[in-house]
Design a binder for this molecule. Structure first.
Ligand code: FMN
Length: 315
């Protein structure tokens, strides 16, 4: 038993076996995910040893249009071929530019749920192991849950019940399409000052689990927040992913050892070195190209619309 063995315990969820507890969280690469460059990016991440790879936030309206089953299947096969389980994050598209809860009509909301459903069908046909509605970070789906950004007076706003409705409907729609053997994840931000409390989030997460969520991906909105905000969600009985500067081994190990999370996501750490998992497993820690959290090539390029890369460790 090595000191790092908590990271390398397999986990089986709905018959899908994750070879370890290390997750590559969704990260927009500014690459074409069904093009050569994008596929090679994800193949490399999987080759580096992550147990679960969550492909970046992808607008629901793109599925079946520019993102077809054949192209996505090539991406899926590249990742699975390296032994990882592969999911994709589904990002709620605005409707004709309308991207706030208050501006969406009831028809827009129905269309949005329908888009999630259709995206899930395409993902299932392409062979993904799982899908993850993006309900975090103040984006459209998350905004429905926040009293700060949702001032609707109909069934999709108002009290907690109303603010939970869209997320729950999305999960139900997705689950009904993917059936019983595919994973449904949900990414959620645990608290938003002025928007919602942790207690409200826990109630919401319980609903999501009842609606069919298998893994709660708990992501703070700040890039420097600690991953242990995931801990309270462990009471809901499904595996929980913690994220936030987990490439520092002690943090990742502590989260697992102390039972604060079931899985740890290493984001920027895998941009710096996709082989972080494998090198850790083999005890080659001194060979890891370490993320310095400078945010230049990752968040900087993301904002500038350039392909992300690590500027400290160009490969
Ligand atoms: C370049 C980049 C793109 C990201 N894109 C997404 C995304 O598509 N969806 C999402 O939920 N989070 C996204 N994130 C946030 C990461 O998934 C992760 O939560 C964050 O980087 C914190 O983890 P870390 O400290 O291990 O990097 C992105 C982060 C980076 C650096």
């Amino acid at each position: 038993m090595s000191e790092y063995s908590p990271l390398f315990q397999p986990l089986v969820i709905r018959g899908r076996k994750l070879r370890n507890r290390i997750v590559c969280p969704p990260m927009v690469t500014n690459r074409n995910i069904v093009g050569k460059d994008g596929i090679e990016w994800y193949r490399r991440i999987a080759r580096g040893g992550a147990g679960l790879v969550i492909v970046e936030a992808t607008r629901t309206s793109r599925f079946g249009r520019e993102l077809k089953v054949d192209g996505l299947r090539r991406l899926v096969e590249a990742v699975k071929g390296e032994g990882a389980v592969v999911a994709i994050q589904l990002f709620m598209s605005p409707v004709d530019g309308r991207d706030s809860p208050d501006s969406l009509t009831r028809e827009d909301i129905s269309l949005s749920v329908e888009r999630f459903r259709r995206a899930a069908v395409v993902c299932r046909e392409a062979g993904f192991d799982g899908v993850e509605p993006h309900g975090a970070h103040g984006f459209l789906l998350n905004r429905f849950f926040s009293r700060r950004t949702n001032h609707r007076r109909d069934a999709y706003g108002g009290d907690l019940e109303g603010r939970m409705r869209l997320g729950t409907e999305v999960v139900r729609a997705v689950r009904s399409e993917v059936g019983g053997d595919m994973l449904v994840l949900y990414r959620h931000t645990p608290e938003e000052p002025g928007g919602y409390t942790l207690d409200e989030s826990l109630e919401f997460a319980g609903r999501l689990v009842d609606a069919g969520v298998d893994i709660l991906d708990i992501s703070p909105s700040s890039r420097d927040a600690p991953g242990d905000l995931a801990e309270p969600f462990r009471s809901l009985g499904v595996p929980v992913i913690a994220v936030g500067m987990m490439s520092v081994h002690e943090r990742a190990l502590e989260a697992l050892r102390e039972g604060r999370a079931d899985l740890v996501a290493v984001g920027r750490g895998l941009i710096a070195d996709p082989f972080w998992p494998l090198k850790t497993m083999e005890g080659r820690l001194d060979e890891i190209a370490r993320c310095r959290y400078c945010d230049e090539g990752c968040f900087g390029n993301l904002r500038a619309g350039r392909p992300i890369e690590c500027v400290q460790h160009r490969c």
